[in-house]
Design a protein around this ligand. Structure first.
Ligand code: AMP
Length: 219
C-alpha cells in the first residue's frame, strides 16, 4: 500500500524538517509547496513573478494555482509508493480538491503538527536557511551562531517572510484559513495530531508512531 501523507501545522512548527526526516525514513518523496514557490521566484518564472508579492506579504497563493501545481506534481511516477505533502493543503478548498485528485489512490494519512503561537514567533525569528542546500538551522542548533551551513558550507540567510511582522501575518492567515482543516479532517480515520513543541527527535518519533498507528507503514 502506498503511504500518502499530508503534514500541516502553523509556520515554524517544524513541518519542513519533520517531513524531510519522514520522507528519508520511509523512502518516499517530500513535496513542499513552499519550496516549489520559492524555486519559482528564484528562477523568476511566470509563476514566481505572480507569487513573489504574495509570499513576501505572508499571504496565501490562490487555491487555483496551488491545486494546479499539486495535481501536476502528483501525476509524476515517483509518487507511486507514496509521498509527503508539506504545506498543502492550506485551505479547506485545497483539502477538498486533494480528495478529488486522490480519489482512486490509497487513503490519505493526515498529520497535524501543533505548536502554541508564542513559541512559533520566537522560533521563526531565529530560523536561518542555507542559501545553497536549503538546510534549516533552528535555535536549538549550535550552528545558528555561525554564518555558514554545517552540511555544505553555504551561506545561512533569513527567509524574507521570517521577519517578525510577516510572521505575525502568517500566523493570522494560518488561524483564519488553515486551522479549519482540523475540523475538516477530524472525522477522518487516519487523522493524527502530534505535539510539535517537543525536541525535534521526540517529535520525529511521535510522528513515526502516529503514521504506523494508521496501519500504513512503508519502510
Ligand atoms: P512554507 O514554506 O510552507 O511556509 O510556505 C511559504 C509560503 O508559500 C506561504 O506563506 C504561502 O505564501 C505560500 N504557500 C505555500 N504553500 C501554499 C499553499 N498550499 N497555498 C497557498 N500558499 C502557499
Amino acid at each position: 500500500m502506498a503511504l500518502n501523507i499530508v503534514m500541516f501545522g502553523p509556520p515554524g512548527a517544524g513541518k519542513g524538517t519533520q517531513a524531510s526526516r519522514l520522507a528519508t525514513e520511509r523512502g518516499i518523496p517530500k513535496i513542499s509547496t513552499g519550496d516549489i514557490l520559492r524555486e519559482a521566484v528564484q528562477a523568476w518564472t511566470a509563476l514566481g513573478q505572480r507569487a513573489k508579492a504574495v509570499l513576501d506579504a505572508g499571504e496565501l497563493v490562490s487555491d487555483e494555482i496551488m491545486v494546479g501545481i499539486v495535481r501536476q506534481r502528483l501525476a509524476q511516477g515517483d509518487v507511486d509508493n507514496g509521498f509527503i505533502l508539506d504545506g498543502f493543503p492550506r485551505t479547506v478548498t485545497q483539502a477538498s480538491e486533494l480528495d478529488r485528485i486522490l480519489e482512486r489512490r490509497d487513503p490519505l494519512v493526515v498529520v497535524e503538527l501543533a505548536v502554541p503561537d508564542e513559541e512559533l514567533v520566537s522560533r521563526l525569528s531565529q530560523r536561518r536557511v542555507c542559501a545553497s542546500c536549503g538546510a534549516i538551522v533552528g535555535r536549538q542548533s549550535d550552528t545558528v551562531a555561525s554564518p555558514t551551513c554545517g552540511s555544505c558550507g553555504g551561506e545561512l540567510v533569513q527567509r524574507s517572510d521570517d521577519r517578525e511582522d510577516v510572521v505575525r501575518d502568517r500566523l493570522r492567515v494560518y488561524h483564519e484559513q488553515t486551522a479549519p482543516l482540523v475540523d475538516f479532517y477530524s472525522g477522518h480515520a487516519r487523522f493524527r495530531s502530534v505535539d510539535g513543541s517537543q525536541l525535534p527527535d521526540i517529535v520525529a518519533s511521535a510522528i513515526s508512531e502516529a503514521v504506523d498507528s494508521t496501519g500504513g507503514a512503508t519502510r
